[in-house]
Design a protein around this ligand. Structure first.
Ligand code: ZN
Length: 135
């Protein structure tokens, strides 16, 4: 199974193979600010099952773990598309709203629930973690 997605204008694209390792919502304040929305829907994919094409504009900010989190958007239309360091990361975070067919994301968890605005609801059955699940 292979599926694709990308930015609003189509300059930055990706192809994914198989199911994600994890799918969920990140409700952290950084994702809220970066998107101008209440959360980011995300899919975790190992490097060997993602192929990117097109230009990226990369922005780094300190994450909760103290590392620099890199977010990649399209330099043409500004859409946020994925998180990770294109040359170096072993895993990428695909932002689920960029899927061509968003029904392919079946979120099972919500992280940083402590930062979730009251006006963002979560579907039933989604496991909630106040920060990041441990273990
Ligand atoms: Zn674009």
């Amino acid at each position: 199974m292979s599926h694709g997605g990308g930015c609003l204008c189509g300059a930055l694209r990706y192809a994914l193979s198989g199911a994600p390792d994890r799918a969920g919502f990140c409700c952290c304040a950084d994702c809220r600010k970066a998107t101008g929305s209440g959360y980011i829907g995300f899919l975790s994919y190992p490097r060997e099952r993602v192929r990117f094409s097109g230009p990226t504009l990369t922005y780094g900010s300190p994450s909760a773990s103290g590392r620099i989190a890199l977010r990649n958007s399209c330099p043409v239309c500004g859409s946020l598309v994925f998180g990770g360091d294109q040359p170096n990361s072993t895993n990428f975070t695909i932002y689920a709203g960029s899927l061509d067919d968003p029904s392919l994301s079946q979120p099972s968890l919500a992280i940083f629930n402590r930062d979730r605005p009251a006006w963002v609801g979560l579907p039933p059955g989604v496991a909630r973690f106040e920060t990041i699940p441990t273990g």
